[in-house]
Design a protein around this ligand. Structure first.
Ligand code: UD1
Ligand code: UDP
Length: 383
């Protein structure tokens, strides 16, 4: 069975890396990898860390690319790869333009599509934009729907889609546990990671920040920067923000925050370095999807700068809270966790609602017809 995995951005690469390894380890599967290059530097970081050498790299990224420009170039280029490889199936992940357009290209050629991380929904096409449309479109095209959780299974069932649904857990937890396992077991590796952050002080609590959502461009990012500038005045805080390379993020963040005391604006980190920073964080403030899934496994409180989330499990469990993008709400929510140890402790439970490290193996088992363990989705039991 020839399986073509295709992905193009940092989070897809992180979440597909363990699956690519698992596919490569199956005697029944010939695994081929195509990266679209929707991201360039942030994709290469992940390929290097997980030692993945793609057979095809479409190198599509252009500076400040438009969705239509990227989509049209991808549809044409990926069709050539399909013509050459002639896979039995393609696998795409999540909700990016790379994933949606690749699924469409395969659908046009009547090649079956497997969707990893199927069934996430906010129910609002404008949040996240354009991802909510992308993920729905892929789920319509796909004949195999790898739902990470029971809640994503229910979303898919409610839409009466044609694909077979398999609940697997999220592959991001495979990647996370492989990385934390190495950090724990390999002291020189851990020391090399820590040596990247000589500026971190033991007497200040780390607020780790990421942000990149398109619906937050403009007012949202202006508010986020203002909130960070206010929080930086605390004498017990140090803010570290690895700034996404999108020019719409770099512009306002560098303009408003560079040079501020207690604020460290740094380059996007490779995955192991970022996991190490999450481990050292007191609170994480983000609009990222992947970080919402990883942080509960690390027992770290997450404040999400969005109004809705497609990842409700940790919100229900009380370790993730939506704080929107208003200045006052962000500032008050961070201050509350910094000033109130009981609130911080209640928020810092270690939970694994999103996975148990076996998701990639379950996906391979579903593809080959091998028996598979059930994903233990009870949050407390899986923790
Ligand atoms: C994309 C995905 C989003 C995902 C995010 C993860 C879409 C529509 N959006 O958003 O779902 O959450 O990736 O980070 O698919 N850039 C670089 N170097 C890089 C990466 C990006 O310079 O390594 C700059 C380029 O100028 C590029 C721009 O960022 O044109 C935007 O990249 P793009 O992939 O279009 O959008 P993201 O906002 O990164
Ligand atoms: N991440 C990383 N380096 C960073 C910031 C984030 O490796 O500097 C990882 C993070 O651990 C998570 C993923 O990138 O696995 C999230 O990517 P992003 O926020 O860009 O996309 P999203 O998850 O929102 O689609």
């Amino acid at each position: 069975m020839k399986i073509l995995s295709v992905f193009g951005t940092r989070p897809e690469a992180i979440k597909m890396a363990p699956l690519v390894k698992a596919l490569g380890g199956s005697a029944e599967i010939e695994s081929v990898v195509c990266v679209t290059g929707q991201h360039q530097q942030m994709l290469q970081q992940v390929l290097d860390l997980f030692d993945i050498v793609p057979q095809y790299n479409l190198e599509l990224m252009t500076r400040n690319q438009t969705l239509n420009g990227l989509s049209s170039r991808l549809l044409a280029s990926f069709d050539d790869v399909l013509e050459t490889v002639r896979p039995d199936r393609i696998l795409v992940h999540g909700d990016t333009t790379s994933a949606m357009v690749s699924a469409l290209a395969a659908f046009h050629r009547r090649i079956p599509v497997g969707h990893v991380e199927a069934g996430l929904r906010t129910g609002d096409l404008s949040q996240p934009w354009p991802e909510e449309m992308n993920r729905r479109t892929i789920d319509v095209c796909a004949d195999l729907l790898f739902a990470p959780t029971e809640s994503s299974r229910h979303n898919l069932q409610a839409e009466n889609l044609g694909g077979r649904i398999v609940v697997t857990g999220n592959t991001v937890i495979d990647a996370l546990l492989q990385t934390t396992g190495r950090i724990l077991a390999d002291q020189p590796f851990r020391e090399r990671l820590d040596a990247h952050f000589p500026f971190l002080r033991d007497d200040r609590k780390l607020l780790l920040v990421t942000g990149h959502r398109r619906e937050n461009f403009g007012t949202g990012f202006a508010n986020i920067c203002e909130a960070l500038a206010q929080l930086a005045r605390r004498d017990d805080i140090q803010i570290v923000y690895p700034v996404h390379l999108n020019p719409n993020v770099q512009g306002p963040v560098q303009d408003k925050l560079s040079g501020l005391p207690n604020v460290h604006l740094i380059e996007p980190l490779d995955y192991a370095l970022f996991v190490r920073l999450m481990q050292r964080a007191h609170v994480i403030l983000t609009d990222s999807g992947g970080v919402q899934e990883e942080a509960p496994s690390l027992g770290k409180p997450v404040l999400v700068m969005r109004n809705v989330t497609e990842r409700p499990e940790a919100v229900h469990a009380g370790t993730v809270r939506l704080v929107g993008t208003e200045v006052a709400s962000i500032v008050q929510s961070v201050n509350h966790l910094y000033d109130n140890d009981d609130a911080w402790r209640a928020f810092s439970q270690r939970l694994n609602p999103y996975g148990d490290g076996e998701a990639s193996q379950r996906i391979v088992a579903a593809l080959t017809g091998a028996p598979m363990s059930e994903f233990l989705h009870d949050q407390q039991a899986a923790a």
